[in-house]
Structure formats: structure tokens, C-alpha cells
Design a binder for this molecule. Sequence first.
Ligand SMILES: [Zn+2]
Length: 329
Amino acid sequence: MSLDLSRLVNLRRHGGKLTAQCPACEELGDDSTDKNHLFVPDDGEGRFGCINFQGPSGSDHRKRIRVLVGVTTSTVPKTISRPLARARASTKTSPSIPALRPLGIEEMAQIAYLRGWQYFAGLQLLADRNLLYHADMFDDGKTWPSWVITDSARRNAQARRLDGELWRGIGGAKAKTLPGCDPSWPIGCAEIGNLPLVLLCEGQPDFAAALLVAWWESVNVAPVCMTGAGNSIHQDALANFAGKHVRIAIHDDDAGRKAAKRWSDQLYLAGAARVDGIDFSGLEKWDGQPVEDLSDFATLLDPEAPATVQVLSNLGSLLSPWGPVRKFA
Ligand SMILES: [Zn+2]
């Protein structure tokens, strides 16, 4: 019997093995600091151990670990067995993505204006990397000019109206995932290539702000977008992050912090070299409202505003190692 990795705490990859907090030590009040007593060798076959209870004398300890986090039938995800549900699952639709064209300058300027950004340079850079497009999207009885993010994998795409209004046909949401798309696919991961630094964003506005911040700071990054905080990163996408430094622009709310933690665990398991996150807490916009995400932060990048120099010197640099960074490792 093997362990249910999803129930382990502080799961990390170290060389040829996974480590995590040992649940049997934890219930004895031990392994509460380093949280790394448990090890699971990569060669698998269900083997695992605790660094404090190795060899034959550790048998009872390992039994306890099995009881606490072993795979049992009740932890195997339940599958829906009704025939109708099965039929639906087997006819999974492929993404239905409308005709895409590059955004015009006025359209990019409109997005920047609605978001309060002084520049549309970041949008131009995103478009140049084939990650940002214009599409006419149907909603509530007519078509609307929209901006769409997607990548060459075309497994996920999300649209917002260029006028900033809501999609009434789906109950007034700001963003619409296109039909047949998989919202767990991180948009942009197909384009990471050789870039060593990935800026992982939550949602369309932050993704659109990513290359503006990178341009401002003269740093080259690969922007990647998870289109919802509730999603985990798709298994097929994880290999793209191996060996990368991934910096997460953490939304300053509970859902954002939970998502960042979940993604960082996944990314470490996938072999990311380092995962950390931008902590926006305590930063303010010009109007005194809190900076809650990267899109808000991008409104501060304004050479005309009088206090810019002072603010930026307080901020440091979001994409440098000494930025307002929160470490996950
Ligand atoms: Zn232990």
C-alpha cells in the first residue's frame, strides 16, 4: 500500500526522493519545525520511511504513518457511475475559440485606460508573444469586441469585454472561459521555453499587467496565468515548470493565498528550482486603497506622478530577489 500524497504536509522534492512532515511524528508533537521527517524514494514500490524511526525498529511507526495517510479505498476519488454522466464525460468537447486577430493600438489603450495603467507597452509585448488577441464574442443576444488570452496549446482561453462591462449571458461575470476550455490549464505555460523566470499570475488582469511590470523593471519573464484561484495546475502542464524559478503574484486575499500555497506545492513536486511569491500586503495605490494584485500594482508605474520615486524606492523591485517577496520553500 502506498501513501496518499495529497494528504501530506510540506511535500517537497529533494534529489531522488520526496519529503514531507511525518504525520506519526507530528501527532507525538515532533517534526513541527522542519516538517521533513517523512521520505518517499522516487523508485516507488510503495516504500517510505521516517528519518527518526528507520530499520526494523521503526515498523510500528511506519504502520502508524500508513494508518494516518495511507491510500485507502475511501481516499480514492469517487467516480460518477451513472450512465448519463459517463456518456457526457466521453463526449468532451474540444475548445471552441472564435476567430482571433491582433489587438489594435486603440484597443490596447482602452484596456490600459480601464485598468488605470499609464502604458500599454505590456499589452503590446503580450500580443507579440501570441498570448493576447481580439475576438468578437457572442453574449446576451449580440457580439461584443473582446480581449482574449490564450497560448499555442489552445487548451484554455478567457475573454473580457473591451468596454469593461460584464457578460450578462452568464450571470454578470467579468471574465468568460471559452466553451470546451480547461480552466486548469495555465495560459502561457506552452511559451515558457528557455526563460528561467516565470511570473505566475491569477486571472486575466494580472496576466495583462505582467509584461508591463517586467518592461518597467527591465527583466525578461515568462508570464503564465491561472484563470481561477480555485483551480490546481493541470498535470500535463507541470513539466513546463521544471528547473524554473517561479514567482507567484499572490492576490492579497484568502483565496489568493491558498491558491499560491497549493500551486507552490505542485510546482516543487514538478521540479521547479525555486518558488516564491510577491506579497502586496501593505502597499497602497495613489488613492490610498490597498494594492490587492499585480494589476493594481501596475497603476503605480507612472513617471508623472509626484511621489513615484519615493514609492518605488520603498517597493524595491517585484522581479528582483530583494522585492517584497514571500518564500514558500
Ligand atoms: Zn516520524
